[in-house]
Design a protein around this ligand. Sequence first.
Ligand code: SF4
Ligand code: SF4
Length: 302
Amino acid sequence: MPAHAFICPNRSQVPIEDCLKQCQQPMRCMFLPTLRSIAASLNRNLEGASVTELISGTRETYLKKMTNYTVDPQTVLYALHGSAVHTLHEQHTAGNMLSEIRLKDAVTSGKFDLYGQILDADEGVLGDLKVTSSYKIMKALGRYKVDVPTGQYYVSGKKKGQMKYSKEWRDDGVRGVGDWSIQLNYYRILLEQQGLAVNRMVIQALCRDSSLRMAAERGIDQAVYLIPIRRIRDEWILRYMQKKAENLKTALAERRLPSRCSSKERWHDRKCKDYCQVAEHCPYGKVLKITASEVKQERPPA
Ligand code: SF4
Ligand code: SF4
């Protein structure tokens, strides 16, 4: 039971098929092709579970497969950015490379973006395209700011006599690439199962907000970054994904709601409040959403 209805700007719900046939309001809230693309991006694979579905919280994936959920088209447009970038690349992959092939094993299936000679002479590069925020790129690069003493002192004011510091960027912090790393490593395993050697894994991250001041404040001054992904031991990845696949399979067979997504999977509640499409069907998400809307109502006008 995938997403079945769109939410119109006036909050009424309309079955997706009906919306695509004929808008139920005086005028469409966006172009018809845009709505068609959104509808296509929502088509869920109800049989088995893909690598990306297994990486998400088990409860979220379970609810997406078991409930008729509604989607506000305005809130899922970001998914089209990624699809658009994939489509652009698909048209230009002639040469010594493969792209967008779905591979399967006994646990799951996954469609890698690019594989082959995509960066240099190395024919075994697995590439993945991401369209993401400057915040996520900053974290993925392990970039952080430090105070560096300038050797100069304040000569007046409250700080008189104190050392002056300047901010400098460092790139040697902990790299926040957890889910990306699991995803690419699983695609690597799927390729290797087909006898294709993967020598390197690289993410090409396109920054959504690269021209904004916020991105510059995060030390992100390029539109595109290449982020290398390290190899994780096959045993660890396979054990992790097998466990998640088993948990989901059992929950679906028993029609039992899995325990709530982990704190990391639910982005420390941010996803439940604003981004989870099935939050309305999740007891935890529902409570968080009600509490968030009550806090908003109680807040005095600015
Ligand atoms: S086009 Fe927009 S306003 Fe019209 S029915 Fe669809 S979702 Fe509602
Ligand atoms: S609302 Fe939160 S806990 Fe519930 S399914 Fe969504 S992400 Fe998971």
